[in-house]
Each structure stands twice: as structure tokens, then as C-alpha cells.
Write a protein that binds this ligand. Structure first.
Ligand code: PLP
Length: 336
């Protein structure tokens, strides 16, 4: 992984993406001596308290679009975490810059998914991600890329795709080849928080199954199979799927769209261009549910928000079969 991803001086392995973001945030806090975080509205970074905030906030609690409230995802989360986090809209660098500058003295880290999975594999705008890098660099704030999903968009991950170097990166999913996995890594000086040589580590990395050898074997086999040419194939197939879906929606004149980048895609049940959480929230949830069940009946199991990805097992025939299934469901349900 260090050969593939240039920002990784060191990487440590855990069992889930949740533990990856938990440890990256902890490292950022230990390294900077500061407590607070900035995250994007509508971003999921795992199932731990610090970050289960404003993931899918109800709009009547979410506040103004350019000054979103921090909203706990559900009851049971520690009462104090809302005070330790600032929320900013995805893909809006002006607002992010204001939020970061106003709170810079207290900020340990900015955490961002370069491609927002929760809102439908929405690609980060280069100027947004580059802006976050420029501002955090200037202010000495740790920039964490959550590439638990987005690592799959290029051989060297999303940071390779965008040409941006974060301080820390979180991984999961594909790097374990289907086994339970998470990993986090980055700059030597930050990762040295865990270095036990010469005494004890500043931050301890406990966990019975950390660095699990079965996961490592599956992950190595998967990553070795994913050579650069495979990414070209996946990019082409993903683009073909998105193009064919867009053509279908135009032909049927349905208010739908498709988001995604490289092998990632999601159906959007809105005519609004989806670039962040508020535009994602314009989705028609009834049509979404109908599509999810309808596609299941046609033999396609999507995530329950109709997001998915193409893989090396897929061909153009699978893309065509999927597009046909979407057409069938839209017609059967009376939407076209
Ligand atoms: C972007 C992102 N971060 C973190 C996680 C948490 O990973 P895990 O489910 O392995 O805990 C997920 C899971 O889907 C994710 O999509």
C-alpha cells in the first residue's frame, strides 16, 4: 500500500473502516493537541460517536445550508460530541474556508471523503479538495481523506486520481479482499504516535484482530490483481453505465439522474444536479424504494439507496442488462 499510495509513509491495519477513522482522528488529536473536527454534511465516516453527526440530518434540524448545525445521527451518542465538530457543506470551498478559519485554533483535523458515498458516490470538485489541502496546510490542521470507498477509483486511490496529498488516509473494504478490514496511514511524524520503540507508544493501538493475517492475504491477492490496466477497464465500464442510464432517463423523460466516478455510481431520483447533502435531499424517497425493490425482483441487489459499483466480474452485457432492468422497473411502476 505504501508503494501504491505516495502519502503513506506508514500504514496500520485494523478490522473495520470505523476503527480506521477512529484511529486517524485520535492521531490527529494527539499530534496537534487540539480537539475539534470539521466534517461534511451528509458524509458517513463509520459507526463511532465522534463522527456519527450530520450523516443524514432531518432538514428541519439541519439549519441553514451555508451554516449547517451539527446533528447527532441517533440517540445514544455522547452528548458532548456535537460541541466538538463543525459541519460544512460538501463541494463548497468558500463556506469550508470560513468554517475552518473561524475555528482554526481549536481544530485537530478536517475529515473528508473525496467521493461522497452517502449522497450517491458524488465526486468531490477538484477546487474543493485542493482548497481543503491549501487551507489545512496553511493552518497546521491535519487533513484526513476517508478512502474507505473511494480508494477503488484509481490504482493509488482517490488522492492519486485528484493529485492531492492528505496527511492521513483511512481505508477499508477493497483492501481486505472481502475479509473484515480497515487501515489508516500517512505522514511519518503523525504515525510515530504509535511507535513503541524506545519506551511506550504515545497512542496505543490495541485490538485482538489488528493486522489479521487472513485479511492481509486476501487483501494482497486482491490488490495484486488490481493492476493499472484493470482501472482503465473499470473506468470505461462505469462511464458506459452512467452514459446509458442518462440516455434512458432522457428518452423516458423521468426526473432522474446518475452520479458517480470511475467504477462507482448511484441513481438519483431528482432532476436537481446532486453535488452535496442538500441537493441529495431532493431525492424522491418513494421512487427510490420502488426502484430498489423492483431491481431486486429483476435480479439486481443494490445498496438500499440505489448506489453500487461495477467490478472486474462485469462486462458490457451486464451494464446493458442493468439498464434494461431500470427501464423495466420504471415502466412497471408507472413512472414512464
Ligand atoms: C466512507 C466510509 N467510511 C467509513 C466506513 C466504515 O467502514 P466499516 O463499515 O468497515 O466500519 C464506511 C462504510 O461503509 C464508509 O463508506
Amino acid at each position: 500500500m505504501c508503494e501504491r499510495v505516495p502519502s503513506l509513509d506508514k500504514v496500520r491495519f485494523v478490522n473495520t473502516g470505523t476503527e480506521a477513522t477512529l484511529n486517524a482522528i485520535r492521531a490527529a488529536r494527539a499530534f496537534t493537541g487540539k480537539q475539534k473536527l470539521v466534517k461534511c454534511e451528509g458524509a458517513y465516516h463509520g459507526n463511532h460517536d465522534a463522527i456519527q453527526i450530520s450523516v443524514v440530518p432531518p432538514l428541519d434540524k439541519a439549519g441553514d445550508a451555508d451554516s449547517p448545525n451539527a446533528v447527532k445521527a441517533f440517540p445514544g451518542i455522547s452528548e458532548t460530541v456535537e460541541d466538538d465538530i463543525f459541519i460544512t457543506p460538501f463541494n463548497d470551498i468558500e463556506t469550508a474556508e470560513r468554517v475552518i478559519r473561524e475555528n482554526a485554533d481549536e481544530l485537530a483535523a478536517v475529515i473528508v471523503e473525496p467521493v461522497n458515498g452517502q449522497c450517491g458516490m458524488v465526486a468531490g470538485k477538484p477546487e474543493f479538495l485542493e482548497g481543503l489541502r491549501r487551507i489545512t496546510d496553511e493552518l497546521g490542521i491535519v487533513l484526513i481523506f476517508d478512502e474507505v470507498i473511494a480508494f477503488r477509483i484509481a490504482h493509488g486511490g482517490a488522492q492519486d486520481y485528484y493529485g492531492i496529498t492528505p496527511d492521513l488516509t483511512c481505508f477499508g473494504k477493497v483492501v481486505g479482499g472481502g475479509m473484515p478490514v480497515g487501515a489508516f496511514g500517512g505522514r511519518e511524524d503523525i504515525m510515530s504516535m504509535w511507535d513503541p520503540t524506545g519506551g511506550s507508544a504515545t497512542v496505543q493501538h490495541a485490538g485482538t484482530f489488528n493486522g489479521n493475517p487472513m485479511t492481509a492475504a486476501a487483501g494482497i491477492a486482491t490488490l495484486e490483481a488490481l493492476t493499472p490496466d484493470k482501472y482503465e477497464y473499470l473506468d470505461t465500464l462505469g462511464e458506459s453505465l452512467r452514459t446509458k442510464l442518462r440516455a434512458l432517463f432522457a428518452e423516458l423523460e423521468v426526473p432522474m439522474g446518475v452520479t458517480g466516478v470511475a467504477s462507482l455510481f448511484a441513481l438519483q431520483f431528482t432532476s436537481t444536479e446532486v453535488v452535496d447533502y442538500r441537493t441529495f435531499a431532493t431525492n424522491d424517497k418513494t421512487v427510490l424504494q420502488t426502484m430498489f425493490i423492483g431491481l431486486l425482483n429483476e435480479g439486481f441487489l443494490m445498496s438500499n439507496r440505489c448506489a453500487g459499483n461495477v467490478s472486474m466480474a462485469h462486462t458490457e452485457d451486464d451494464v446493458d442488462a442493468f439498464v434494461t432492468a431500470v427501464r423495466t422497473v420504471l415502466k412497471r411502476a408507472g413512472y414512464a
